[in-house]
Design a protein around this ligand. Sequence first.
Ligand SMILES: *Cc1c(COP(=O)(O)O)cnc(C)c1O
Length: 425
Amino acid sequence: MKAKNYKQRVIDNRLLHPETLMMGYGYSPALSEGALKPPIFLTSTFVFETAQQGKDLFDITSGRREVRAGEEAGLVYSRFNNPNFEILEDRIAVWDDAERGAVFSSGMAAIATTLLTFLKPGDVVMHSRPLYGGTETLIRNTLSTLGIASVGFTNGISAAHVEAATEQALQLGSVGMIFVETPANPTSGLIDLKLMAATADAIAARQVRRPLVAVDNTLLGPMFQQPLHHGVDLALYSLTKYAGGHSDLIAGGVTGSAANIRKIVQTRGAIGTQLDPNSCWMLLRSLETLQIRAERACANARRLAEYLRGHHSIARVDYLGFLADDDPRKAVFERQSTAPGSTFSFDIEGGEREAFAFLDKLSVCKLAVSLGGTETLICHPASTTHSGVPKELREEIGLSDALIRISVGIENPDDLIADLDQALR
Ligand SMILES: *Cc1c(COP(=O)(O)O)cnc(C)c1O
């Protein structure tokens, strides 16, 4: 069997869509006995044909030199490379239209490896608030002990607010990275990505280097938001969520330029935060259905948001599909996102007591943290995912005791509404 071009993205001048490429891109059946689907390469190490080949592959893998014309990169050791994760990395890069992607043992491993690659003692990381709890803890408790300071800002749309944070950051040291999460979870706060890129440019005029702009794109990406098209340098993911999509694995990813990803991959090899072959294989399977899962979940979420908005026991629904014309988030949302996704929040009339009573009566919707799975998950952030956030910040960002977050799955939407309805009654 002859190896065909297994990285073909164009037919008749037509650029193939990610959902088409997910079925085979980056994998050559000829290299695996003709198997239609990639086997799981459960091997820690790879055999060299000659000692010289071992030397060459180590030079390439360790980044000491680039692959020469006519030469093929090869596999060395599964902490550095493995067929399953190389195929997966090619495919996550396709979704973001990125030069390169890298995968990790969790979303936090992707975030931690990225931050450790680009930040050093004396640096400052500017970041949006709220961040995912794990990221906030990493920055505040771990990076601070390495001499890396941080400055948070809550309004990522107001240029004046971000400028004030920039001045504060420049007082503390050299700004190494601007790290944001948009939409913010669970409050749907939006960060203007163009403003972040402009802020990085403005900082570059005042210090030696330009800080990288990194976005945690877990909530809308990669289907409904492609940050690299908006001046952002790195898009990060908890692949555990929508990409994995079945609540049965933990994984993370990052996409960006080949030069930046290469640096991150070197750190990953040094500290061992790569993803195992079995989880890579499961993700390859998940990515084949990502588009239809995301579309269905998004359509279901709209139905549920509309139902909740009309219910007398619901005080407020914070759903990106309902942004009013005078809401400053609206223009930003329309510029950088193509759909509101399927995770949103709402306030029940009352407080914690009413929220708990409602949650305890649900049956189809499962009471659990996490999001982006085929099943609908619902939780009370103030007492769980965001219980570590100081009360003043919770109040500032509108995260009350009455707030409930829902991640809508792909069940029949009428069944989901019936479940909400009986619990609200
Ligand atoms: C879940 C999540 C993470 C962390 O990902 P893990 O895969 O659990 O390590 C980071 N950011 C966001 C927005 C998340 O939802």
